[in-house]
Design a protein around this ligand. Structure first.
Ligand code: FES
Length: 163
């Protein structure tokens, strides 16, 4: 974890008490997750026990203590999606990515999550990749979507090598 980037973030909160959640949010924006070293530095900076920082970081579901993939794949498992085959959708995504729910691929390209109702039950079954919704998704479509993304990632690499 580059210390200079963390120090820059902390400097904004100099003298501000009760800034723990804001600091954690900024650190996660910067690094994509909350590195363990950063939690220790934050505790020292705020003069609070590390256990306090850790308990806040683990309490809120949107904070992540491990590095996540570049793309977040979420598959809804709410009731409406469930009755329309969401389990097959999730299993297909797991199989295609080679990871279980809650895991990240070895190349840090994808993280896979199961979520409860996303509030768009009319679109069930629903899969979301980053900010893109895939309504009434089928297992065939899941493979297409995730294959496109994988190929897209390869093409991006090829493009960047060319330039
Ligand atoms: S149950 Fe999936 S969007 Fe509501």
């Amino acid at each position: 974890m580059p210390e200079a980037r963390l120090k820059k973030i902390l400097s904004v909160f100099e003298g501000k008490k009760g800034a723990l959640i804001s600091i954690l949010q900024r650190v996660q924006e910067e690094f994509g997750y909350l590195p363990e070293d950063a939690l220790s530095e934050i505790a020292i900076f705020l003069k609070v026990p590390l256990s306090q920082v850790f308990s806040v970081a683990t309490f809120y579901a949107h904070f992540h203590l491990t590095r996540r993939g570049d793309h977040l794949v979420r598959v809804c498992q709410g009731t409406a999606c469930h009755v329309r085959g969401a389990r097959d959708i999730l299993e297909t995504a797991q199989y295609h990515l080679g990871i279980k729910t809650g895991q990240t691929t070895e190349d840090y390209k994808y993280s896979l999550e199961r979520v409860a109702c996303l509030g768009s039950c009319a679109l069930a079954p629903l899969m979301v990749v980053d900010d893109t919704l895939y309504p009434q998704v089928t297992t065939k479509k899941v493979i297409e979507i995730l294959s496109d993304k994988k190929d897209g990632a390869k093409n991006e690499k090829i493009e960047s090598k060319k330039s």
